[in-house]
Design a protein around this ligand. Sequence first.
Ligand code: ADP
Ligand code: MG
Length: 246
Amino acid sequence: MSDVFIELKNIEKHFSGVRALDGVSLTLRKGEIHCLAGENGSGKSTIIKVMSGIYTPDAGEIFIDGEPISQLTPIMAIRKGIQVIYQDFSLFGNLTVAENLTMNVSLRENRKLVNWRRSRELARQVLERLNVDIDLDAEVSSLPTSGKQLVAIARALLSDARLIIMDEPTTALTSKEVETLFRIVKDIQARGITVLFVSHKMREMLEISEHITILRNGKKVAEGEAKDFDEFAIIRHMTGQDVHFE
Ligand code: ADP
Ligand code: MG
């Protein structure tokens, strides 16, 4: 059996003259932490939307578990285990942590009625496994950004994610919170789940990822093992310019 979860081949996506993705290929292996890097406007969010079925590419192919997918829809992407943690987390602020986590359990089990006690127990277990101190009865809007992010991650895990995509997840975090996030990302990986970590911060990429893909102007300009990159190489690829630091 192949160790590849999803493969994108020569993906094109154009918006009225802008080549947001210009023939991008990307392979994500099972259980790897893969960093997708690039400056603003390089095409990172567009590729996330292609992988989660929100955008249909103008050309190119998508394979999941080695099978060609002729048209990936958002529902199909969720069924295949693709979960995106957006920068706004898409949570229900006026509901509690437990309610936010529970909604997906009933979706997953295809039930119209929520089995409240069982769902709550699953929600409690997932937070316990993440080893974070979050009150199941707190209203989500009352949590700090890092807490909301953890709820979004817990929700993805409760939906049987096989790939968790995080779009610029450290933007609003303190360095302590980043440490917690990285611990959780490694725990997610230890469960065999793939993580696509989208970022433009060089140090973070080098610290967390095993594999790095760099986009510039909608094209893939570099790809390889994280150990073969340093900060200068990443900046050079992201900007297309030589850099010199004192
Ligand atoms: P990144 O996430 O790396 O900042 P994006 O994928 O958001 O980059 O954008 C890539 C390019 O495509 C940019 O030039 C952006 O302006 C353009 N773009 C993205 N989405 C749209 C859209 N819905 N309509 C028009 N242009 C878009
Ligand atoms: Mg973006």
